[in-house]
Design a protein around this ligand. Sequence first.
Ligand SMILES: Nc1ncnc2c1ncn2[C@@H]1O[C@H](COP(=O)(O)OP(=O)(O)O)[C@@H](O)[C@H]1O
Ligand SMILES: [Mg+2]
Length: 250
Amino acid sequence: MAISKPLIDITNVTALAGEKEILHNVSLALDAGTCHVLMGPNGAGKSTLGHVIMADPEYTLSSGSIAFEGKDITDMPTYKRALAGIFLSFQAPVEVPGVPLYSFLRTICAARPELKMTARQFRKHVHELADELEMDEAYLTRDLGVGFSGGEKKKVEMLQLLLLQPKLAILDETDSGLDVDALSVVSKGIDAYRKSCDGTLLIITHNTRILERVSVDRVHVMVDGRLVDEGNASLISRIDAHGFEAYTQE
Ligand SMILES: Nc1ncnc2c1ncn2[C@@H]1O[C@H](COP(=O)(O)OP(=O)(O)O)[C@@H](O)[C@H]1O
Ligand SMILES: [Mg+2]
């Protein structure tokens, strides 16, 4: 039997923003269909790792490599990674005045040949998903993100996730500002995404309520730009109870 390769394999990545080294020798491999959580104190480098996986030009690698589906993507630009099936949700989603949400969704779908649908199929599908997420359909015709509340932005994000069905979804969650309803939207969206396409998740979060409905395979802890621990889902409650003290003491 062939040994299956991880979906994404990050090996010894050291990343800089300008001159400043932020990630130090980070290695992380995620198997297809698994759900991983990345935790760590503020400023640990969690968001940076997400951006590095997405090839944000803000960061450069001074060493290391990233393979996706067994193929080296270290030098692949962001748009190609997106087309290959990597999705990153931003901590602070963008607002795009003049572009209605519906047109935006249609455009990103049209860029992915495997998601080809007729206008009519697309319309039906988007409305079904909006329904599933209990999203007010009026938002579909409003400008992307403009004047959306935190909870509504989360619904849009989950709508994108369900529509695009990326192979790897990196969800970078805000540390605060989400009310109980928004948390429930995220949790529901994640659950629906996993059920619909057996996708792989890397969830960056402090807020373990998001994980209520999600079964977590592996938890990783990042401190000062290094991965310092990993474990099964029980690590989440341990960190909830004790914080990151155990990792930050000299
Ligand atoms: N573009 C950047 N330029 C300079 N410093 C940055 C940049 N991005 C992140 N950093 C720094 O890198 C560290 C890690 O940031 P970040 O990845 O946002 O942490 P986390 O998401 O774990 O809170 C912080 O000290 C932050 O100030
Ligand atoms: Mg962050």
